[in-house]
Design a binder for this molecule. Structure first.
Ligand code: DAH
Length: 383
Protein backbone atom coordinates (compact mmCIF):
# COMPACT_ATOMS: atom_id res chain seq x y z
CA UNK A 1 0.00 0.00 0.00
CA UNK A 2 2.26 2.71 -1.23
CA UNK A 3 1.10 6.24 -1.70
CA UNK A 4 2.54 8.93 -3.91
CA UNK A 5 5.65 9.14 -1.72
CA UNK A 6 6.30 5.47 -2.24
CA UNK A 7 5.80 4.77 1.45
CA UNK A 8 3.12 2.95 3.40
CA UNK A 9 0.33 5.26 4.56
CA UNK A 10 1.24 6.60 8.05
CA UNK A 11 -2.40 7.02 9.07
CA UNK A 12 -3.05 3.34 8.40
CA UNK A 13 0.01 2.49 10.39
CA UNK A 14 -1.30 4.50 13.33
CA UNK A 15 -4.64 2.72 13.05
CA UNK A 16 -3.01 -0.72 12.97
CA UNK A 17 -0.82 0.17 15.97
CA UNK A 18 -3.88 1.33 17.91
CA UNK A 19 -5.66 -1.97 17.29
CA UNK A 20 -2.60 -3.93 18.40
CA UNK A 21 -2.13 -1.73 21.50
CA UNK A 22 -5.77 -2.16 22.52
CA UNK A 23 -5.42 -5.92 22.20
CA UNK A 24 -2.31 -6.08 24.42
CA UNK A 25 -3.45 -7.47 27.76
CA UNK A 26 -0.13 -7.47 29.60
CA UNK A 27 2.96 -5.26 29.86
CA UNK A 28 4.88 -7.97 27.97
CA UNK A 29 2.37 -8.00 25.09
CA UNK A 30 2.51 -4.21 25.00
CA UNK A 31 6.29 -4.29 24.78
CA UNK A 32 6.00 -6.62 21.78
CA UNK A 33 3.73 -4.10 20.07
CA UNK A 34 6.20 -1.31 20.75
CA UNK A 35 9.04 -3.33 19.24
CA UNK A 36 6.89 -4.22 16.23
CA UNK A 37 6.34 -0.55 15.35
CA UNK A 38 9.11 1.46 16.98
CA UNK A 39 11.89 -1.11 17.53
CA UNK A 40 15.09 -1.19 15.49
CA UNK A 41 13.37 -3.25 12.81
CA UNK A 42 9.94 -1.85 13.58
CA UNK A 43 7.59 -0.84 10.76
CA UNK A 44 7.81 2.87 11.47
CA UNK A 45 11.58 2.72 11.88
CA UNK A 46 11.94 1.02 8.52
CA UNK A 47 9.68 3.64 6.89
CA UNK A 48 11.88 6.39 8.33
CA UNK A 49 14.90 4.66 6.85
CA UNK A 50 13.28 4.72 3.42
CA UNK A 51 12.93 8.52 3.55
CA UNK A 52 16.48 8.87 2.25
CA UNK A 53 15.39 7.70 -1.21
CA UNK A 54 12.94 10.58 -1.66
CA UNK A 55 13.61 13.97 -3.15
CA UNK A 56 14.01 16.81 -0.61
CA UNK A 57 10.46 18.16 -0.82
CA UNK A 58 8.73 14.82 -0.55
CA UNK A 59 11.21 13.83 2.21
CA UNK A 60 10.29 16.86 4.35
CA UNK A 61 6.57 16.21 4.03
CA UNK A 62 6.78 12.48 4.60
CA UNK A 63 9.25 13.01 7.47
CA UNK A 64 6.81 15.30 9.28
CA UNK A 65 4.01 12.77 8.84
CA UNK A 66 6.13 9.93 10.14
CA UNK A 67 7.28 11.95 13.14
CA UNK A 68 3.68 12.73 13.88
CA UNK A 69 2.80 9.02 13.59
CA UNK A 70 5.63 8.16 15.95
CA UNK A 71 4.37 10.66 18.53
CA UNK A 72 0.83 9.29 18.34
CA UNK A 73 1.91 5.67 18.66
CA UNK A 74 4.22 6.55 21.58
CA UNK A 75 1.37 8.37 23.34
CA UNK A 76 -1.00 5.43 22.76
CA UNK A 77 1.62 3.06 24.20
CA UNK A 78 2.01 5.30 27.27
CA UNK A 79 -1.73 5.39 27.92
CA UNK A 80 -1.97 1.63 27.53
CA UNK A 81 0.93 1.11 29.97
CA UNK A 82 -0.84 3.28 32.57
CA UNK A 83 -4.11 1.41 32.03
CA UNK A 84 -2.43 -1.97 32.47
CA UNK A 85 -0.65 -0.70 35.61
CA UNK A 86 -3.94 0.41 37.18
CA UNK A 87 -5.61 -2.86 36.30
CA UNK A 88 -2.74 -4.84 37.84
CA UNK A 89 -2.95 -2.78 41.04
CA UNK A 90 -6.71 -3.23 41.29
CA UNK A 91 -6.32 -6.93 40.80
CA UNK A 92 -3.71 -7.09 43.54
CA UNK A 93 -5.81 -5.04 45.95
CA UNK A 94 -8.78 -7.32 45.35
CA UNK A 95 -6.69 -10.45 45.80
CA UNK A 96 -5.00 -9.20 48.95
CA UNK A 97 -8.06 -7.74 50.63
CA UNK A 98 -8.06 -8.43 54.39
CA UNK A 99 -11.27 -8.76 56.34
CA UNK A 100 -10.42 -6.81 59.47
CA UNK A 101 -13.59 -8.00 61.16
CA UNK A 102 -12.38 -11.59 61.29
CA UNK A 103 -11.15 -12.75 64.70
CA UNK A 104 -7.37 -12.57 65.08
CA UNK A 105 -5.70 -15.92 64.60
CA UNK A 106 -2.76 -16.40 66.91
CA UNK A 107 -0.41 -19.06 65.77
CA UNK A 108 1.95 -18.68 68.69
CA UNK A 109 1.69 -20.83 71.80
CA UNK A 110 2.99 -17.87 73.81
CA UNK A 111 0.88 -16.15 76.44
CA UNK A 112 1.13 -12.86 78.27
CA UNK A 113 1.86 -13.40 81.96
CA UNK A 114 -0.92 -12.24 84.32
CA UNK A 115 1.51 -9.80 85.98
CA UNK A 116 2.27 -8.10 82.65
CA UNK A 117 -1.40 -8.20 81.74
CA UNK A 118 -2.45 -6.63 85.04
CA UNK A 119 0.19 -3.90 84.71
CA UNK A 120 -1.03 -3.16 81.17
CA UNK A 121 -4.62 -2.95 82.38
CA UNK A 122 -3.76 -0.61 85.27
CA UNK A 123 -1.62 1.60 83.04
CA UNK A 124 -4.38 1.71 80.40
CA UNK A 125 -6.99 2.87 82.91
CA UNK A 126 -4.79 5.52 84.53
CA UNK A 127 -3.46 6.46 81.10
CA UNK A 128 -6.95 7.51 80.10
CA UNK A 129 -7.06 9.71 83.19
CA UNK A 130 -3.94 11.51 81.97
CA UNK A 131 -1.28 9.70 84.00
CA UNK A 132 2.09 8.94 82.42
CA UNK A 133 4.36 6.02 83.29
CA UNK A 134 7.49 6.75 85.35
CA UNK A 135 10.23 4.35 86.38
CA UNK A 136 13.11 4.14 88.82
CA UNK A 137 15.97 1.78 89.71
CA UNK A 138 15.50 -1.49 91.59
CA UNK A 139 18.72 -0.85 93.51
CA UNK A 140 17.84 2.31 95.36
CA UNK A 141 19.52 4.66 97.80
CA UNK A 142 18.23 4.67 101.35
CA UNK A 143 17.49 8.38 100.92
CA UNK A 144 14.89 7.83 98.18
CA UNK A 145 13.45 4.63 99.62
CA UNK A 146 13.08 5.93 103.20
CA UNK A 147 14.46 9.30 104.30
CA UNK A 148 12.88 11.59 101.72
CA UNK A 149 9.59 9.76 102.22
CA UNK A 150 9.62 10.98 105.82
CA UNK A 151 10.70 7.58 107.16
CA UNK A 152 13.52 8.57 109.56
CA UNK A 153 16.50 6.26 110.27
CA UNK A 154 15.16 4.97 113.56
CA UNK A 155 11.65 4.48 112.27
CA UNK A 156 10.31 0.97 112.77
CA UNK A 157 9.03 0.97 109.17
CA UNK A 158 12.60 0.24 108.11
CA UNK A 159 12.46 -3.02 110.01
CA UNK A 160 8.83 -3.69 109.12
CA UNK A 161 9.87 -3.52 105.53
CA UNK A 162 12.36 -6.36 106.01
CA UNK A 163 14.70 -4.62 103.69
CA UNK A 164 17.42 -6.26 101.61
CA UNK A 165 20.42 -4.00 102.25
CA UNK A 166 23.40 -4.18 99.95
CA UNK A 167 26.98 -4.14 101.30
CA UNK A 168 28.15 -0.59 102.10
CA UNK A 169 29.89 1.25 99.29
CA UNK A 170 33.44 2.09 100.29
CA UNK A 171 35.00 5.45 99.62
CA UNK A 172 31.99 6.77 97.81
CA UNK A 173 29.63 9.40 98.98
CA UNK A 174 26.39 9.91 97.14
CA UNK A 175 25.29 13.33 95.93
CA UNK A 176 22.40 13.16 98.33
CA UNK A 177 24.60 12.48 101.30
CA UNK A 178 26.96 15.24 100.28
CA UNK A 179 24.20 17.83 100.01
CA UNK A 180 22.48 16.71 103.19
CA UNK A 181 25.79 16.49 104.99
CA UNK A 182 24.07 13.51 106.47
CA UNK A 183 25.76 11.44 109.10
CA UNK A 184 22.97 8.94 108.46
CA UNK A 185 23.22 6.23 105.86
CA UNK A 186 21.41 8.16 103.12
CA UNK A 187 23.53 6.59 100.40
CA UNK A 188 23.22 3.04 101.64
CA UNK A 189 21.95 0.83 98.88
CA UNK A 190 18.76 -1.19 99.26
CA UNK A 191 16.62 -3.24 96.95
CA UNK A 192 13.66 -0.88 96.87
CA UNK A 193 10.95 -2.08 99.26
CA UNK A 194 8.20 -0.21 97.41
CA UNK A 195 7.68 1.89 94.29
CA UNK A 196 7.30 5.05 96.42
CA UNK A 197 10.94 6.23 95.85
CA UNK A 198 9.93 7.02 92.26
CA UNK A 199 7.66 9.70 93.75
CA UNK A 200 10.77 11.37 95.15
CA UNK A 201 12.82 10.97 91.97
CA UNK A 202 10.00 12.46 89.90
CA UNK A 203 9.37 15.43 92.20
CA UNK A 204 13.10 16.22 92.40
CA UNK A 205 13.33 16.14 88.61
CA UNK A 206 10.23 18.11 87.71
CA UNK A 207 7.92 20.78 89.07
CA UNK A 208 4.14 20.20 89.26
CA UNK A 209 1.74 19.53 87.68
CA UNK A 210 2.69 15.87 88.12
CA UNK A 211 0.53 12.90 87.28
CA UNK A 212 2.47 9.63 87.19
CA UNK A 213 1.83 5.93 87.45
CA UNK A 214 4.78 3.71 88.41
CA UNK A 215 4.54 -0.03 87.87
CA UNK A 216 7.56 -2.06 88.89
CA UNK A 217 9.39 -4.71 90.84
CA UNK A 218 9.87 -4.45 94.60
CA UNK A 219 11.74 -6.56 97.16
CA UNK A 220 11.33 -7.58 100.79
CA UNK A 221 12.92 -10.35 102.86
CA UNK A 222 9.67 -12.24 103.22
CA UNK A 223 8.78 -15.68 101.97
CA UNK A 224 5.62 -17.65 102.66
CA UNK A 225 2.36 -18.58 100.94
CA UNK A 226 1.28 -14.94 100.68
CA UNK A 227 4.67 -13.19 100.46
CA UNK A 228 7.42 -13.41 97.88
CA UNK A 229 10.86 -11.75 98.26
CA UNK A 230 10.27 -10.22 94.83
CA UNK A 231 6.86 -8.85 93.94
CA UNK A 232 5.30 -5.97 92.02
CA UNK A 233 3.65 -2.74 92.96
CA UNK A 234 2.14 0.19 91.20
CA UNK A 235 2.52 3.68 92.61
CA UNK A 236 0.48 6.73 91.69
CA UNK A 237 1.26 10.39 92.34
CA UNK A 238 -0.63 13.56 91.52
CA UNK A 239 0.64 17.00 92.53
CA UNK A 240 -0.96 20.28 91.55
CA UNK A 241 -2.09 23.56 93.07
CA UNK A 242 -5.61 22.58 93.99
CA UNK A 243 -5.45 18.79 94.32
CA UNK A 244 -7.55 17.59 97.24
CA UNK A 245 -8.91 14.49 98.94
CA UNK A 246 -11.97 14.54 96.67
CA UNK A 247 -9.67 13.99 93.68
CA UNK A 248 -8.02 11.08 95.45
CA UNK A 249 -11.36 9.46 96.16
CA UNK A 250 -12.86 10.08 92.72
CA UNK A 251 -9.78 8.81 90.95
CA UNK A 252 -9.45 5.62 93.00
CA UNK A 253 -13.17 4.78 92.97
CA UNK A 254 -13.17 5.18 89.19
CA UNK A 255 -10.08 2.99 88.92
CA UNK A 256 -11.45 0.17 91.13
CA UNK A 257 -14.70 0.02 89.19
CA UNK A 258 -12.98 0.03 85.80
CA UNK A 259 -10.36 -2.52 86.84
CA UNK A 260 -12.82 -5.03 88.30
CA UNK A 261 -15.44 -4.23 85.67
CA UNK A 262 -18.19 -3.61 88.21
CA UNK A 263 -19.95 -0.26 87.75
CA UNK A 264 -21.40 -0.09 91.25
CA UNK A 265 -18.51 -1.74 93.11
CA UNK A 266 -18.60 -0.47 96.71
CA UNK A 267 -15.35 1.34 97.61
CA UNK A 268 -14.47 2.34 101.19
CA UNK A 269 -11.76 4.71 102.46
CA UNK A 270 -10.55 3.64 105.91
CA UNK A 271 -8.28 5.94 107.97
CA UNK A 272 -4.75 4.59 108.20
CA UNK A 273 -1.15 5.67 108.66
CA UNK A 274 1.77 6.04 106.29
CA UNK A 275 4.74 8.29 107.10
CA UNK A 276 4.63 9.87 103.63
CA UNK A 277 0.94 10.83 103.57
CA UNK A 278 -1.31 12.88 105.83
CA UNK A 279 -4.12 12.03 106.09
CA UNK A 280 -3.75 8.44 104.95
CA UNK A 281 -6.41 5.97 103.92
CA UNK A 282 -6.56 2.31 103.13
CA UNK A 283 -8.91 1.50 100.25
CA UNK A 284 -11.28 -1.46 100.55
CA UNK A 285 -13.65 -2.92 97.99
CA UNK A 286 -16.95 -4.62 98.77
CA UNK A 287 -17.09 -8.40 98.60
CA UNK A 288 -18.83 -11.45 99.97
CA UNK A 289 -17.16 -14.40 101.67
CA UNK A 290 -20.37 -16.36 102.14
CA UNK A 291 -19.80 -20.09 102.15
CA UNK A 292 -16.04 -19.59 102.00
CA UNK A 293 -16.32 -18.33 98.41
CA UNK A 294 -14.96 -14.90 97.65
CA UNK A 295 -17.12 -12.80 95.38
CA UNK A 296 -16.09 -9.25 94.56
CA UNK A 297 -18.77 -6.57 94.44
CA UNK A 298 -21.48 -8.39 96.38
CA UNK A 299 -22.25 -8.77 100.08
CA UNK A 300 -21.26 -6.95 103.25
CA UNK A 301 -17.58 -7.82 103.61
CA UNK A 302 -14.57 -5.68 102.72
CA UNK A 303 -11.25 -6.46 101.11
CA UNK A 304 -8.24 -4.14 101.35
CA UNK A 305 -6.57 -3.50 98.02
CA UNK A 306 -4.41 -0.41 98.31
CA UNK A 307 -2.89 2.34 100.46
CA UNK A 308 -3.27 6.02 99.74
CA UNK A 309 -3.21 9.53 101.17
CA UNK A 310 -2.47 13.19 100.68
CA UNK A 311 1.26 13.68 100.12
CA UNK A 312 2.84 14.77 103.43
CA UNK A 313 4.00 18.41 103.34
CA UNK A 314 7.43 17.29 104.53
CA UNK A 315 7.75 15.02 101.50
CA UNK A 316 6.91 17.87 99.13
CA UNK A 317 9.38 20.06 101.01
CA UNK A 318 12.09 17.36 100.79
CA UNK A 319 11.68 17.51 97.02
CA UNK A 320 11.85 21.28 96.70
CA UNK A 321 8.13 21.71 96.14
CA UNK A 322 6.46 24.39 98.24
CA UNK A 323 3.68 22.76 100.33
CA UNK A 324 2.01 26.15 100.71
CA UNK A 325 1.50 26.25 96.94
CA UNK A 326 1.04 22.62 96.04
CA UNK A 327 -0.82 19.61 97.32
CA UNK A 328 -1.03 16.09 96.06
CA UNK A 329 -2.22 12.58 96.60
CA UNK A 330 -0.47 9.25 96.24
CA UNK A 331 -1.32 5.59 96.33
CA UNK A 332 0.39 2.22 96.22
CA UNK A 333 -1.01 -1.15 95.29
CA UNK A 334 0.27 -4.73 95.09
CA UNK A 335 -0.04 -6.06 91.55
CA UNK A 336 -0.05 -9.77 92.41
CA UNK A 337 -2.79 -9.21 94.95
CA UNK A 338 -5.20 -7.50 92.57
CA UNK A 339 -4.32 -9.97 89.80
CA UNK A 340 -5.15 -12.89 92.13
CA UNK A 341 -8.45 -11.27 93.08
CA UNK A 342 -9.50 -10.37 89.56
CA UNK A 343 -8.49 -13.59 87.87
CA UNK A 344 -9.08 -16.07 90.70
CA UNK A 345 -5.45 -17.16 90.98
CA UNK A 346 -5.23 -18.97 94.33
CA UNK A 347 -1.49 -19.18 95.08
CA UNK A 348 1.02 -16.33 94.90
CA UNK A 349 3.99 -18.63 94.41
CA UNK A 350 2.70 -19.99 91.11
CA UNK A 351 3.33 -16.59 89.50
CA UNK A 352 7.06 -17.29 89.48
CA UNK A 353 7.11 -21.04 88.76
CA UNK A 354 7.47 -20.62 84.99
CA UNK A 355 5.08 -23.54 84.52
CA UNK A 356 3.76 -23.37 80.99
CA UNK A 357 0.59 -25.30 81.85
CA UNK A 358 -0.19 -22.62 84.43
CA UNK A 359 0.58 -19.87 81.93
CA UNK A 360 -1.64 -21.48 79.30
CA UNK A 361 -4.46 -21.48 81.81
CA UNK A 362 -4.00 -18.03 83.38
CA UNK A 363 -2.12 -16.23 80.60
CA UNK A 364 -3.51 -13.82 78.02
CA UNK A 365 -3.47 -13.31 74.29
CA UNK A 366 -2.22 -10.02 72.85
CA UNK A 367 -4.73 -7.17 72.55
CA UNK A 368 -6.76 -8.24 75.59
CA UNK A 369 -6.33 -4.84 77.23
CA UNK A 370 -9.40 -3.14 78.65
CA UNK A 371 -9.98 0.57 79.04
CA UNK A 372 -12.31 2.94 80.85
CA UNK A 373 -14.49 3.14 77.76
CA UNK A 374 -14.43 -0.41 76.56
CA UNK A 375 -14.60 -1.99 80.01
CA UNK A 376 -12.45 -4.85 81.17
CA UNK A 377 -12.54 -8.26 79.59
CA UNK A 378 -13.82 -10.11 82.57
CA UNK A 379 -12.11 -13.38 83.32
CA UNK A 380 -10.39 -12.98 80.00
CA UNK A 381 -7.81 -15.68 80.61
CA UNK A 382 -6.96 -17.45 77.39
CA UNK A 383 -9.23 -20.38 76.78
N1 DAH B 1 4.50 2.29 99.85
C1 DAH B 1 3.40 1.66 100.58
C2 DAH B 1 3.73 0.20 100.83
O1 DAH B 1 4.59 -0.32 100.19
C3 DAH B 1 2.13 1.76 99.79
C4 DAH B 1 1.62 3.15 99.71
C5 DAH B 1 0.73 3.62 100.64
C6 DAH B 1 2.06 4.01 98.72
C7 DAH B 1 0.25 4.91 100.59
C8 DAH B 1 1.58 5.31 98.67
C9 DAH B 1 0.67 5.75 99.61
O2 DAH B 1 1.97 6.16 97.73
O3 DAH B 1 0.23 7.02 99.55
O4 DAH B 1 3.11 -0.40 101.62
Amino acid sequence: MNDVTGLADPSRLIEAARVDIAAASSPEALEEVRVRYLGRRGQLTLMMRDLGALDPDARRRAGAELNDAKDRITAALGEAAARLGRAALEQRLAAERADVTLPVQFTSEGRIHPISQTIDEIVAIFGEMGFVVAEGPHIEEDFYNFTALNIPPEHPARQEHDTFYLPPRRGRQSNREATLGAADDGSRLVLRTHTSPVQIRTMLAQQPPIRIIVPGRTFRADHDATHSPMFHQVEGLVVDRSTHMGHLKGCLIEFCRAFFGIDDLPVRFRPSYFPFTEPSAEVDIGCSRAGGRLEIGAGGDWLEILGSGMVHPKVLHNCGIDPAQYQGFAFGMGIERVAMLKYGIPDLRTFYDSDFRWLRHYGFLPLDVPSLVQGPLNGAGAA
